[in-house]
Ligand binder design. Structure first.
Ligand code: NIG
Ligand code: FE
Length: 404
């Protein structure tokens, strides 16, 4: 007789499948078949000897949580910006460096000079690091190409990372990230090009969502709106780098387009928060960028809570503002800087992050969802938002397959 489960893992579960708390099942069992969870409950209710029920049985001491979901990264890039980090420590601001042609544009130069194979070789270790620390779903943005061929190159590398590692990669088209030198003085002309490239890249299956950088050193709300309209015409969801350095009403703009998320949101106003609540737009907090830029303006955390806006967490892994290669580390930074509880941080990096990608099939441990889970070497799940560094993941699984 074939086994009931392809695999069973036995240990303490934090299912997160509850409104409050970790959804703890102290002596639990998780069973899966064909990549989906088919048993979640106390071990004693399994109804038989695990060895007879499953082809593979794992005895886990420690805790099992849903796999982490990193819903905002720019991890496909070439080079680094350590020199610029130094300049900032000597007093230059992020905006000063961007206006002088450094910042995002210096990474654009490095990406344009790299072959597709080079770009994959440089980027893959970052994705591997995120995976090793528990993330099996990654969002990856373009935005360092700023012309058709180079935006395409980044998105192709993002897909190749998913194939190489067996993880789920969701791509976002972020050509409206900075103004390339070819369009200096002509941002509206650049937006024309951004809008023209989108359907061509979408036809190649390279775009899952559309993003923009709405900021004084990025694009105006009117320009962002044009990009969003192009996304809507193709039925693509939008998200936005909103209100990171100043309040341009970005969060409300994302909400007006039923955005999946508004990200950064340090300067979002109360009206912006209310618009997000009404539209169901998730707030994606990026404590890595907050930390590295030594920001002091906190996102409106109390307002998000009061209006029931879900708060997701992501690494924002990028060479300029957040050279962060662990989502668990982002959880720790969110607890320290934003006073999230470790439980909020874990929800932010799982169930709310899934929602920020429009995904309902992961982020909790529930029968019928993907068998994406991590076995952590911890005594309590609060440790996941507590340790700085270290190696806590003992096994990282996606669709029931061990990837790390
Ligand atoms: O999310 N703010 C815009 N984009 C990135 C930074 C990109 C860069 O500096 O390379 C961010 O912080
Ligand atoms: Fe970002």
């Amino acid at each position: 007789m074939p086994a009931l489960y392809d695999g069973l893992i036995l240990g303490s579960l934090a299912t997160l499948d509850v409104a409050h708390g970790y959804g703890e099942i102290a002596d639990g069992a998780l069973g899966w078949r064909d990549g989906l969870l088919s048993f979640v409950g106390p071990r004693e209710t399994l109804g038989g000897d695990p060895g007879q029920l499953a082809a593979e049985v794992i005895e886990a001491d420690g805790w099992i949580t849903p796999s982490l979901v990193d819903c905002h990264t720019h991890l496909v890039f070439a080079g680094d910006r350590a020199r610029e980090f130094e300049q900032r420590l000597q007093g230059a601001s992020y905006e000063d460096i961007a206006r002088a042609g450094g910042g995002i544009l210096s990474t654009v130069r490095a990406v344009r000079a790299a072959s597709e194979a080079d770009l994959l070789r440089e980027s893959l270790p970052r994705a591997r690091a995120l995976l090793a620390d528990g993330a099996t779903t990654l969002e990856i943005k373009s935005g360092y190409g700023l012309d058709f061929d180079n935006e395409r190159k980044i998105l192709r590398v993002a897909r190749a990372i998913g194939d190489a590692l067996g993880i789920a990669v969701h791509t976002s088209y972020l050509a409206a990230h900075a103004l390339p030198p070819e369009f200096a003085g002509n941002p509206d002309g650049y937006i024309d090009a951004v809008v023209e490239w989108l359907p061509r890249l979408h036809r190649e299956g390279l775009v899952d969502a559309v993003d923009a950088f709405c900021e004084g050193i990025g694009f105006s709300p009117a320009q962002t709106r044009r990009v969003f309209e192009a996304a809507r015409a193709l039925g693509l969801p939008v998200k936005l780098h909103a209100d990171q350095l100043s309040d341009l009403g970005g969060a409300a703009l994302a909400a007006a387009f039923d955005g999946l998320s508004a990200d950064h949101v340090e300067h979002t106003s109360d009206a912006g928060v209310r618009a997000m609540a009404e539209a169901g737009t998730v707030a994606v907090l990026l404590p890595g960028a907050f930390h590295v830029l030594r920001e002091t303006k906190l996102p409106p955390l109390d307002a998000f809570r009061a209006h029931g806006v879900p708060m997701a967490l992501a690494t924002d892994c990028n060479p300029g503002t957040s050279p962060l290669q662990s989502l668990r580390q982002a959880m720790q930074l969110a607890c320290t800087h934003f006073r999230l509880t470790p439980e909020d941080a874990l929800r932010g990096a799982t169930v709310h992050a899934s929602r920020a990608l429009g995904l309902q099939d992961r982020g909790v441990l529930r029968v019928g969802t993907r068998a994406d889970f991590v076995h952590w070497r911890v005594r309590h799940p609060a440790e996941l938002g507590y340790w700085l560094g270290g190696q806590l993941a003992d096994g990282v699984y996606a669709a029931g397959r061990r990837l790390a």
